[in-house]
Design a protein around this ligand. Structure first.
Ligand SMILES: Nc1ncnc2c1ncn2[C@@H]1O[C@H](COP(=O)(O)OP(=O)(O)OP(=O)(O)O)[C@@H](O)[C@H]1O
Length: 327
């Protein structure tokens, strides 16, 4: 488990001070994939770098598996860091070393004997599907293959936690899909806890159990993805399912309906039509299968004598749906 409390980091120059992380509390449960979303400059990278103490926070605590990192120094900090792997947007591989050589690097630093190292490197390359590319140099590998080497290297010290700094933003959509599938698979097989930062909603859709939205150094929403989607007014729900500007329809009531968990069947549409004598049209929307279950959002136009009344909306809410009237 990763527990972040009261975390602050300010960068100061002579001209100004930037509060990159401005009082963040966050809990990442064991074995989950947690995504931090946010625009450029929101403070995501700084937050991530404070988790493995690449950056020393000004205030607050970071506790990984019960060990508070900011209080550690020297050898104890180095050992604690071995339990936290990291992968990077631009892979950060050594161009002069083969795939095997890159994966071996952290093992050399840890002082793992040569024979053990060779066996472990082979095992790691196999784990990421690159057993037959051990002798290739980074320049001979595709972006996806380079990231697989990066993942194997990050797992060399058998970490319990993996940090991912925009690991797929330099990759095409198909390769992104295969890397995300690999991360999800590793999380499940190895019981890895993954904390990732991204600006891509697709990443959250594909692999995250939980997510947080960060803005101006602060967390503005956090929770499991299904809980967030069910939260009225949630930014994450709005961004996951973009419904666009609400149309002005003089003869209809427009409502946005969020479906999650058990309430993802569409029987409520016929209930509305039958019980309230409404003409129901779907204007836009989507239903998606996320790691935490099915969720969806639909924008409906309701027409009929009772369309503007509360009763149909109440009926939808009784059905377990979240109903919002777009402005
Ligand atoms: N080493 C640094 N020195 C000074 N300011 C910094 C430093 N690193 C980050 N910042 C500033 O802190 C703020 C947060 O940056 P950070 O890189 O953490 O955001 P981010 O959400 O990861 O954005 P991006 O996706 O563009 O990396 C920004 O205003 C940035 O300019």
């Amino acid at each position: 488990m990763i527990q972040i409390q009261g975390l602050r980091k300010t960068y100061r120059s002579r001209r100004r001070a930037v509060a990159a992380v401005d009082g963040v509390d966050l809990t990442v449960r064991d074995g989950e994939v947690f995504g931090v979303l946010g625009r450029s400059g929101a403070g995501k990278s700084t937050l991530l770098r404070c988790v493995n103490l690449l950056e020393r926070p000004d205030a607050g605590t970071v506790t990984v598996d019960g060990v508070e990192l900011a209080s550690l120094r020297g050898g104890r900090l180095r050992r604690a860091r071995q339990g936290i792997g990291m992968i990077h947007q631009h892979f950060a591989l050594l161009g002069s070393r083969t795939a095997a050589g890159n994966v071996a690097f952290p093992l050399e630093v840890m002082g793992v004997p040569r024979a053990e190292r060779a066996a472990r490197v082979a095992e790691l390359l196999d784990l990421v599907g690159l057993a037959d590319h051990a002798g290739a140099y980074p320049a001979q590998l595709s972006g996806g293959q380079k990231q697989r080497v990066g993942i194997a290297r990050a797992l060399a010290g058998r970490p319990r936690v993996l940090l991912s700094d925009e690991a797929t933003s330099a990759l095409d959509p198909e390769t992104t899909g295969s890397i995300l599938a690999l991360l999800r698979d590793l999380s499940q097989r190895l019981g890895l806890t993954i904390l990732l930062i991204t600006h891509e909603m697709e990443v959250v859709k594909r692999i995250c159990d939980s997510a947080a939205i960060m803005r101006d150094g602060r967390i503005v929403e956090a929770g499991t993805v299904t809980d967030l989607v069910r939260r009225p007014g949630s930014e994450l729900a709005r961004d996951l399912f973009r419904l666009g500007p609400a149309p002005q329809l003089p003869d209809a009531t427009v409502v946005d309906v969020t479906l999650a968990g058990d309430a993802t069947d569409h029987s409520f549409l016929s209930v509305l039509a039958r019980e309230h004598d409404l003409d129901v049209r779907i204007l836009s929307g989507a239903v998606e299968e996320l790691p935490g279950g099915r969720v969806g959002r639909l924008r409906l136009a309701l027409r009929g004598a009772h369309a503007a009344e509360e009763a149909p909306l109440r009926r939808l809410r009784e059905h377990g749906l979240i109903v919002e009237v777009p402005r």
